[in-house]
Each structure stands twice: as structure tokens, then as C-alpha cells.
Design a protein around this ligand. Structure first.
Ligand code: PMP
Length: 293
């Protein structure tokens, strides 16, 4: 059976799920989105993702024509209609159909809402055992003075440019520096280092306040591990005991190579491994249940 996608009020088969070419999401990247995962028949941190999407929408003055609980229910319905137990969910809200001018007031019909839910597979496969390699992008992360990194917008070209460099060097992910030269985040994940058993991650002024990042900080706190939110440079990453990325898609991803430098012993370190397991246990045992159809 074809996957069913929610588009503006109805669930339609994927081949018929269409959005206008005059949609300002398409023309200008004017919109917001989320990336959410379901494990074992439950959606992990559903409310947090819905809240973040509404905050991103608020920040760009985009009215989502439904309440947060209604959005959460639609996301659950997208899962149950597609019989998804373990999967990836992508809600997208764009400014809607306008004309060729970028003024949002042209989009008189209101926001376009799309929810795609697909069965998911592991992002990096067996690389979680081996560890991931990352390189540093030559383009910098767009600074908060220009566009708040808290807005999860449809404008990901800054991240795509970085990702292309990972592809050219066959790396698994790519780190982006802020304008000061400190590490901000990876193309679609937050970044942590571990040094002398202390975890360090940059403050969210230069990166997306990741839900996985927050979860990992909680898990570290439960273990009485120190977590410091401060800016650090490539030197600190190159010479760290351990490094890892966090993201809904990547989960906790051990990084064993940064710009060609081996990290630690060149395999996932003990703190990263414990966090990977703790995160897995949490996602497999918590979340909002998907109603059975
Ligand atoms: N940074 C960026 C730029 C991202 O796109 C993502 C993925 N949403 C993250 C970090 C990680 O955020 P989360 O843990 O909420 O998925």
C-alpha cells in the first residue's frame, strides 16, 4: 500500500501529495519543520518537537492554523494511518501559496501543512560500532545576528553547503564553526566533546537547541557527570578524549575522527557508549503511544 501523507486537511497517497509551485516554502524556504522519531509504537518527545515547531513559526510570524495538541494528534494519526511502529516523521508548515513577491501577506490562503511519516532505518548503520568521521566545513554557520539558529526553518542551504563538503571528503558528518571560529554544530546534529570525564557542548546561541542534546544532558546529569555549556575550538575537538554528535536522526553518534585526527583510541569511548545505550533504552521505553487503527 502506498504511504499516506497529510496535506492541508486530508491524507492522500504519496504519488498524489502535491504542493503548489507558488508556495513560499518552495519559492523562498519560508516555513518551518521538525524531524521526529517513533520507536516501538511510541513517538519520542512529541510535545517537545511540536513546541519547538510552534516557537519557530512564532519567530517568523507564521500562523499555524491549529493548536499544539491538534498538531500532536495529526502526527500520531500520520503514524497510525501508515502503521508505523518505528519510523521518522516530518511535519512541515510553510507560508502557503502566494505570488512571486516575497511579502508573506501575499499568502492569503494561509499556511500549507504537510506531515510525512515513513518507516525508518538506522542513519549510519554499522558505523555506530566503528565510529563516525567528521570534517570541518569551510563555510561558517549563519550567525544569530543574521538568522537565529533556534528557528528550524526550511532554509537549510547553510547546512547543505557544509554537507556537500562531507560528501566530497567521504566523511559521515561535517562540523560548522561560528564567526569567531568556535564549533557551533554539525550539519544536522549538535556536537559534544569529552575531556577528563567532563562533557562540553557549545551554548545554543550558535546552534539549534536540539532535543537529543537536551536529553543527553539529562542522562549525563542522572549519572552525576559534569556537563559544561561553553564555546570551544577545533583544537579542543582534535585533542578530546571522546567526541559525539546528537540528533533525532543520528541519535548519539560516536565520532572517532575529526579532520583526519584520531579521537581517543579511535573507537567509541566509554562515556559515549554509555550514553548511546542510555539513549536507546529511553527511546525504546518512553514516548506518546501511537493509537492503533
Ligand atoms: N542542529 C541542526 C541544524 C539540526 O537540523 C538538528 C536536527 N533537528 C539538530 C541540531 C539536532 O536536533 P534534535 O536533537 O532536536 O533532532
Amino acid at each position: 500500500m502506498e504511504n499516506l501523507i497529510y496535506v492541508n486537511g486530508e491524507f492522500v497517497p504519496q504519488s498524489q501529495a502535491k504542493v503548489s509551485v507558488l508556495d513560499h516554502g518552495f519559492l523562498y524556504g519560508d516555513g518551518v519543520f521538525e524531524g521526529i522519531r517513533a520507536y516501538n509504537g511510541r513517538v519520542f518527545k512529541l510535545e517537545k518537537h511540536v513546541d519547538r515547531m510552534f516557537l519557530s513559526a512564532k519567530a517568523i510570524d507564521l500562523q499555524i492554523p491549529m493548536s499544539r495538541p491538534e498538531m500532536a494528534n495529526l502526527i500520531l494519526e500520520a503514524c497510525s494511518r501508515n502503521k508505523i511502529e518505528t519510523g521518522y516523521i516530518r511535519p512541515v508548515v510553510s507560508r502557503g501559496v502566494g505570488d512571486l513577491g516575497l511579502d508573506p501577506r501575499k499568502c492569503k490562503q494561509g499556511a500549507t501543512i504537510v506531515i510525512i511519516a515513513v518507516p525508518s532505518i538506522s542513519l549510519y548503520g554499522d558505523a555506530y560500532e566503528r565510529g563516525l568521521s567528521v570534517v570541518t566545513a569551510s563555510n561558517r554557520r549563519v550567525p544569530p545576528q543574521c538568522l537565529s539558529p533556534s528557528i528550524k526553518s526550511l532554509n537549510y542551504l547553510n547546512n547543505v553547503l557544509a554537507r556537500i563538503e562531507a560528501n566530497h571528503t567521504n566523511a559521515d558528518e561535517v562540523l560548522m564553526l561560528d564567526l569567531q571560529g568556535y564549533i557551533s554544530e554539525a550539519s544536522a546534529d549538535n556536537f559534544f566533546i569529552v575531556r577528563n570525564k567532563v562533557l562540553m557542548t557549545p551554548p545554543t546561541s550558535t546552534n539549534l537547541p536540539g532535543i537529543t542534546r537536551e536529553t543527553v544532558i539529562d542522562l549525563a546529569g542522572q549519572r552525576k557527570w559534569r556537563v559544561v555549556e561553553q564555546f570551544f575550538s577545533l583544537f579542543d575537538a582534535w585533542t578530546a578524549d571522546e567526541c559525539f554528535i546528537t540528533g533525532t536522526a543520528a541519535e548519539v553518534g560516536p565520532v572517532v575522527k575529526v579532520d583526519g585526527r584520531q579521537i581517543g583510541e579511535g573507537k567509541p569511548g566509554p562515556i559515549t557508549k554509555e550514553l548511546m545505550k542510555a539513549y536507546r533504552d529511553l527511546v525504546m521505553s518512553t514516548g506518546t503511544p501511537i493509537p492503533k487503527k
